[in-house]
Design a protein. Sequence first.
Length: 148
Amino acid sequence: MKADKVRRMAAQVLKAANKDVWFDSGEMEKIESVMTKEDIRGLIKEGVIKKRKKQSQSRGRSRLLKEKKKKGRKRGKGKRKGRKNARKEGKKQWEKNVRSQRKMLKELKKEKPEAVKKIGYRKLYKMVKGGFFRGKHYLKASVEGKKR
């Protein structure tokens, strides 16, 4: 049987396109002597006929980019898409900020109890909850009486 007919039959058996069927060029007499699909299955088991792998998109450049981002490169303002809150959830930011301020307030209560008493611990606590202070340093400055 001609090689092109064998290729077509092999494509049916392998469930592939004709161009995706590979023949071992050293075994062409064996391939041309084939008569049935059963014979083709035998050659596939022997490794004379194979199905070519589909060529996929290379991941090389992607891996390099990932490595650079791991180091902290390519994360500047020009590379960002979406709003600030899309990258970091607003509530998570608030939680982080409030927890650090509450910790600072506890420390201030131990270190400088009279300074905290002057304003009132509860009042300061509520101010922290309400987002009055930008950060720990602003809280500390207001308790110590310094203006920022």
